[in-house]
Design a protein around this ligand. Structure first.
Ligand SMILES: Cc1cc2nc3c(=O)[nH]c(=O)nc-3n(C[C@H](O)[C@H](O)[C@H](O)COP(=O)(O)OP(=O)(O)OC[C@H]3O[C@@H](n4cnc5c(N)ncnc54)[C@H](O)[C@@H]3O)c2cc1C
Length: 374
């Protein structure tokens, strides 16, 4: 049995942020990572991915992005930043160490990988809000001859030339993958179940994240009205193209439903040009075609599920129901749950996910410093 003071699970942005904070406070810790690399999730994202949040508000504690980075950091540069970050703070995860069980026993947490069993007073879970793909099982999926996969598997549009591709979802991955496939000579369509909120990345030159930070100070109904007004000048009604806006405001959507709008980086233009077609929800699949709830039937070669992710915390966390809501998201985030456990990186906050990771990492560091009476 290995003994530690603090165990951190996951070496993505959240795990690295808290590692740097603890290093700074001289609190010893052990960082466990299931893959063989840091920033595993980011390394496996699609080639064209860029942050939607701006570099000024997306860096981790103590290290801003380099001056020559673009305002919207690309995937490759973000991965480079994570590597530079781990070197600067001398963060050395133990790789190939997937935590398969985490359980409370008396005063300690027992954290188990396939190789070791660790006893630790504190455990910080940084395994990601977007941990496991949400897979949809449609009627007829078994007979469909085309390929079906989750957006997590999508890398680029190179192999999609002349292919008819249906992308299911109304989030950022859906919009960006559709655009990428179109730019690579494919024929993309989006299947949108109910509503889609699409907002420009910038309104009159002001990044959406800055608007969100300002609106975070306002009461939700006022912020909803203000954002409705701004969007009414900056965007057009997409209902003629088959996209209905949600009946609730965009700020309540993010704050109360934790649903991030699709941030437009060129998808809307191609929808208007007819290069990205819109379909409603799928009702079932046949050998070569897809059937929709409005009765349409269309032939497609490929079906991509851009249907999001779930935290999958219940897979390794004992009594997880005590800590999670019905979506599997921790009820208490960024603070001691009360038993020496912390969840970091589970707050889909309006002012930016990465920005919030930095804030919460510093809060957790301070809390641990007090607990450890340093
Ligand atoms: C497509 C996409 C675009 C995004 N764009 C932005 C953006 O523009 N701005 C923004 O602020 N946020 C953005 N986010 C949200 C958020 O910033 C990222 O999801 C970010 O990667 C979260 O960091 P994390 O460390 O919490 O999780 P992850 O990056 O997912 O890292 C989790 C780590 O834990 C490891 N792990 C998982 N399970 C175990 C286990 N059982 N044992 C050991 N290790 C484990 C994984 O291998 C991984 O390395 C985006 C998210 C996605 C999916």
């Amino acid at each position: 049995l290995q003994k530690e003071t603090v165990v951190i699970i996951g070496a993505g942005p959240a795990g690295l942020a808290i590692s740097a904070v603890l290093t700074n406070l001289k609190i010893p810790f052990l960082l466990l990572e299931k893959s063989d690399t840091i920033g595993n999730t980011w390394k496996n994202q699609y080639d064209k991915l860029e942050l939607h949040t701006i570099k000024n508000f997306s860096h981790l504690p103590f290290l801003p992005f380099p001056d020559d980075y673009p305002l919207y950091v690309t995937r490759d540069l973000f991965v480079q930043y994570l590597e530079d970050y781990s070197k600067k703070f001398d963060i050395n995860p133990v790789f190939k160490s997937e935590v398969i069980s985490c359980r409370k026993r008396e005063d300690y947490w027992i954290v188990q990988t396939r190789k070791v069993m660790i006893q630790s007073k504190y455990v910080i879970i940084c395994t990601g809000y977007n941990n496991s793909p949400n897979i949809v099982e449609w009627k007829g999926a078994k007979v469909f001859k085309g390929s079906i996969f989750h957006s997590r598997e999508y890398k680029n549009g190179k192999n999609f030339q002349s292919k008819k591709v249906l992308i299911v979802g109304a989030g950022n991955s859906a919009g960006e993958i559709a655009l990428d496939i179109f730019k690579n000579g494919g024929f993309p369509s989006l299947s949108i179940r109910e509503y889609a909120r699409i907002i420009p990345r910038e309104i009159f030159g002001v990044p959406a994240q800055i608007n969100a930070i300002i609106m975070d100070f306002l009461p939700i109904p006022i912020a909803d009205q203000l954002s409705k007004f701004l969007l009414s000048i900056a965007t057009e009604d997409l209902s003629p193209y088959g996209i209905q806006s949600p009946p609730y405001g965009s700020i309540s959507q993010i704050k109360e439903k934790e649903k991030i709008p699709m941030i437009d980086t060129g998808t809307v233009e191609q929808i208007k040009n007819g290069n990205i077609k819109i379909y409603p929800e799928i009702s079932s699949l046949e050998e070569n075609s897809i059937l929709f709830v409005d009765g349409r039937k269309e032939m497609f070669d490929i079906l991509i599920m851009a249907t999001g992710y779930f935290t999958a915390l219940e897979r390794f966390l004992e009594n997880s129901r005590d800590y999670l809501d019905e979506r599997g998201v921790p009820l208490i985030k960024g603070q001691n749950v009360g038993n020496g456990m912390y969840f970091l990186g589970f707050k889909n906050h309006i002012t930016g996910f990465l920005r919030t990771i930095g804030i919460e990492a510093e809060m957790i560091g301070n809390d641990l410093r007090q607990h450890l009476k340093l």
